[in-house]
Design a protein. Structure first.
Ligand code: KG4
Length: 339
């Protein structure tokens, strides 16, 4: 039987990435070109610059992935591509490349949700088991997703304002730490103490979050100390903010385990690299009969390997898109039904 070879493209933010997956489990290539060093100068991702860099990089990354995988274009079974959510201009670059390839090779085009990709990154560790609770924590999203089966996503709660990663980035910027702020805060917090008392946000909805109040509390604290010419202990501020944010995240998320009869908990998204989140959730679930899966660190940043995994499942369900498919920067993970 002919091998199933999925070529996947990811360009939703500041990484241009191509991966090639054989028969759903053998990663033949996983090439990522990151723009982080360029965006660092601006303290965050500049959307227009991101799009232009994707245009410059996409063919180079594609060529490198094909060479690494040692396959010919003609061996490809289908093209999977991130359709959203993300930056509209950035998404378009990957989508147009994917459409051109699908047209040229006469193979199906598979629309992949970026956050589904982050959830399926865990399949590089172990298969998903259902019901599964995915704690999705990234720069643009904070969502609690319950999966009863493959490709079935129910959002039971989400942030009502800032995403948790966005709060990490904004707090970092307030104390002049480099982008991406979450990485800087995580690193510095190891040298700090829990000496700043920060308010725990309150939201009535059981599984919903608010991170903007916590972020503003940090900004106000820093402004007050500066106005009074008092030094700020940045490592301790980093630690206090990090632990308040992560404990709040887990305090609200973990009761879903009992309510939804969860068998497996997975972390997904850029913030899942956070060392305190990883150790604290491990500690809290240690004595429970729940499988905890932490995505490999290489899969917490954006990549196309995770997109190829979702592409594999969608290919087998024949979820294909037409060549008129548009990017959707605010696509909801629950909306796979529309194809
Ligand atoms: O998943 P991702 O690339 O964002 C979106 O696709 O939206 O994640 C990027 C986010 C940034 O906010 C970054 O600061 C955060 O993940 N991040 C972290 C860590 N590493 C990355 N946040 C906390 N701790 C980390 N170690």
């Amino acid at each position: 039987m002919k091998d199933e070879i999925i070529l996947a493209i990811e360009s939703s933010c500041d990484e241009t990435a191509v991966a090639i997956l054989k028969n759903g489990n053998e990663l033949l290539a996983n090439v990522v070109s990151t723009q982080i060093e360029i965006h660092k100068k601006y303290g965050g991702v500049m959307p227009e610059i991101a799009s232009r860099l994707h245009i410059e990089n996409i063919t180079i990354v594609l060529k490198e992935a094909l060479e690494k995988a040692k396959i010919q274009k003609e061996d490809i079974t289908a093209i999977a591509v991130t359709r959203g959510p993300g930056l509209i201009g950035a998404l378009h670059v990957g989508l147009q490349a994917a459409k051109a390839l699908a047209l040229d090779l006469n193979v199906p085009l598979i629309p992949v949700h970026h956050l589904a990709g982050h959830i399926y990154a865990n399949e590089f560790v172990t298969p998903l088991k259902f019901p599964c609770l995915a704690i999705v924590v990234s720069g643009g999203n904070t969502e609690l997703v319950v999966m009863k089966d493959h490709l079935s996503f129910d959002i039971i709660g989400e942030t009502l304002d800032d995403a948790i990663g966005e709060a990490f980035d904004k707090v970092a910027r307030t104390v002049n730490l480099p982008y991406p702020g979450g990485v800087s805060i995580d690193r510095l917090s190891k040298e700090g103490e829990l000496k700043y008392h920060l308010p725990i946000p309150h939201v009535d909805e059981k599984y919903c979050y608010s991170f903007s109040g916590l972020k503003t509390a940090v900004i106000n604290l820093v402004t007050k100390e500066r106005n009074n010419n008092r030094p700020i202990d940045v490592p301790s501020l980093a630690r206090s903010f990090q632990e308040t944010a992560i404990n709040y995240l887990l305090d609200k998320a973990l009761p879903a385990i009992d309510e939804y009869g969860i068998k497996q908990v997975v972390l997904a998204g850029g913030v899942s690299a956070n060392s305190y989140l990883r150790s604290e959730i491990t500690r809290r679930l240690k004595d429970r009969d729940i499988e905890l899966v932490l995505p490999p660190l290489w899969c917490t940043t954006d990549n196309a390997a995770m997109i190829s995994k979702v592409g594999h499942y969608l290919y087998n369900r024949k979820v294909f898109a037409s060549l008129s498919l548009g990017a959707d920067p605010t696509w909801k993970i629950e909306d796979y039904k529309e194809f």
